[in-house]
Structure formats: structure tokens, C-alpha cells
Design a protein around this ligand. Sequence first.
Ligand SMILES: Cc1ncc(C[n+]2csc(CCOP(=O)(O)OP(=O)(O)O)c2C)c(N)n1
Length: 242
Amino acid sequence: VRWQVLDAVSVSGGHLGAGLGVVDLTVALHHVFETPRDEICWDVAHQCQPHKVLTGRRSRIYTLRQGGGLSGFAKRAESPYDAFGAGHSTTSISAAAGFETARNRLGKNGHSVAVIGDGAITGGMAWEAMNHAGGMGTKMIVVLNDNGQVSLPTFYNQVNQPVGALSQTLSASPTGLSIQGSIAKMETSSGFQSARQALKSATKSFLPEQLAKAAAKVDEYARDFVKTVPFKGSGSGGKGEL
Ligand SMILES: Cc1ncc(C[n+]2csc(CCOP(=O)(O)OP(=O)(O)O)c2C)c(N)n1
């Protein structure tokens, strides 16, 4: 599959790295899931060449991106295995949630899978969809392909590392991430919230207005400091300031 993608894309052009990066993942997904009954929604779908090779389009793979040939992206009209057409990024989780809802309403069995990269997941629509899908209370699968690369901006900016805060956060050390997670849990706990509220009301009623304002600023800065400063510069090697 790897060779076939390499050979075809070297002729047609297109996102070679994205496709090569998901060869193993594509084989695994097709092994585990029963497509086209189970919908695989490839985000952007710039990585869909291995999927095309494995779903009956190998004989036409050299027509990728040619007039009358195969699309460089997923295209519903092209194959029942292309559950969702894409090109625009960040839509896969929302699409998979839609398939999942439809399946549940029809009382059918199956799975919806979204495959999304660390670049595409930065888009607002993905966050909205995760919020919605999480609240649906149904089993839906989202594969986050965190390859530490965000193709286009990396290329345009001529830099060789992931650009964007989310990408950099995801490549922070696991220790850093888990400490950040614990801080977030603590911060949103009801005990912490009520203690904070009690302190806020106390400072308002006992302190003069200027001092109360200063205390509120200290509270704000302290929370930001605890959350961000110790992790600045945490690279993929986990050698941050922490
Ligand atoms: C809404 C939208 N914005 C921008 C693009 C251009 N684009 C195509 S691929 C890509 C990067 C996606 O990064 P990632 O999801 O990490 O995939 P990878 O680079 O790892 O293949 C971008 C920004 C797009 N297709 N849609």
C-alpha cells in the first residue's frame, strides 16, 4: 500500500506525507471495522489515498487528481466507502456524530469513526462537535492522528516544527499534560469553586475597594501562572522548564 501511494502520488501530486503517514492506521481501521457499513470520516481527506487503494480503486489510482479520474479527497459519488466528502478541514467529528445519530434512530448496528489530525482539530467546528458528541451518550470513535505535523502552515512558513499552540501543547511531555489535567480538575471541582467564591465575597466585604480589586487581579494572575508558566517550552522531549 505504501509503495502504491508513493508511486501514484509522485505522478499526480498532492499530499504525499499525509497519506504515507496513515498507511498502518488505514489498514488497521479496515481490519477492525466493517466498511462501508461503518463510516470512516477522514478529516480533510488529504490522507485518503491508502483508503482508496484498499477500497477497490487501486486500478484507477494513477488517475488521482486528473480530469475524469479519482479525486484527491474523499468523494461520496466516487465510492460507497467514502462515507463523507471532504476537502474542507475540521468537519469529520461532526459528520461522524451525524452518522451515529442516524444509525441510532434507525436502530441499526455499526460504528462511526472520525480520523482527525492535530492541525484540523484546532478548528472550532471540531470542538463544537466533540462537545455535542460527548453529550450524546453513545459510542463514537475519534482517532486523533497527532503526528506533530500540520502540513500547510509548516510548508508555507518554511519551519520544520508544528505551528500553533494546540499542536505544541499536544507534543508537551506526558507529565506536563497530566499535571495540567489535574490542575484543571481541581479548578473545576465544586469544593475549589465554593472556597474561591467565599474568599472573593470575604475580600469584597472586608477590604477597601482598591485592595479588593488588587486581590481579584492577584487571583487571576496566580491562576494563569499556575496553568501556563511552568509548561512554557515543554518540547516533545519533555525538557520544559517544569
Ligand atoms: C477549513 C480549512 N482550512 C485550511 C485547509 C487547508 N489544509 C489542508 S490540510 C491542512 C493541515 C491539516 O493538518 P493535520 O490535520 O495535522 O494533518 P497533517 O498535516 O498531519 O496531514 C490544512 C490547514 C483546509 N483544507 N480547510
